[in-house]
Design a protein around this ligand. Sequence first.
Ligand SMILES: C[S@@+](CC[C@H](N)C(=O)[O-])C[C@H]1O[C@@H](n2cnc3c(N)ncnc32)[C@H](O)[C@@H]1O
Length: 240
Amino acid sequence: MDNTQPKISKDKELIAPMFDSIAWRYDFLNHLLSLGIDRLWRKRAIAMIPQDFREPRIIDVATGTGDFAIAAMKVHPCKVCGIDISEKMLELGRRKVIDKGLDRTISFINCESENICLEDNSFDIALSAFGVRNFSDPVKGLSEMNRVLRHGGMIIILEFSKPVASPFRQIYSFYFRNILPLAGRLFSRDRKAYRYLNESVMEFPEGEEFIGLMTEAGFVKSTQTSVSWGIASIYSGFKE
Ligand SMILES: C[S@@+](CC[C@H](N)C(=O)[O-])C[C@H]1O[C@@H](n2cnc3c(N)ncnc32)[C@H](O)[C@@H]1O
């Protein structure tokens, strides 16, 4: 099956308004529906950055309200640039960063992952959390992340995956199909967005298949680290 071509529409003209409409509830629902574990996953992903990346220049693709960009402050970056296509998500990110006094280091740009409006070889680390599965063309997005990285630069992708072991597989499947869309609908008043979340996770390539996409985009030494019984995965790789 060719998983690089999504069955559900990932057209920017549909995706950006969808995230605009749930932006006001996004952080609250993210932490509620994951029981706060999403914060630990981002921390764990950032902890994978080797210490020899000193004061790195970081790009956070599909940054949303900026939580991954903020978590990246742990490695003392000289700058973090978050990009996203949802202006409402970015607005919340900008406000959050100002409140935390981080606006000299973290900035946000409205720009799509498949066509990143930044120079070649201009970052040391490229991040994306729960973003790639929304891209209309994941290989194009990953290739763009490769283009803006310098040689030897690192990519870190955090995404949902599907646990294989019982009983986690069954519990996860029930939760994702039933509880999550219901809670999303109740709290964000957006039925479509949380049904989309379930569908986009179910059809997203994972494991070796996703590593294949990273290779296609030009990354080497790619690895997958499963977290929380396989509910999420952290992929990392390097630009040659
Ligand atoms: C589930 S949110 C993840 C936000 C954030 N990275 C986090 O960790 O919470 C997905 C984000 O991807 C953005 N997005 C979707 N497709 C995109 C694209 N093609 N280019 C850039 N951003 C995109 C959405 O606007 C949304 O803010």
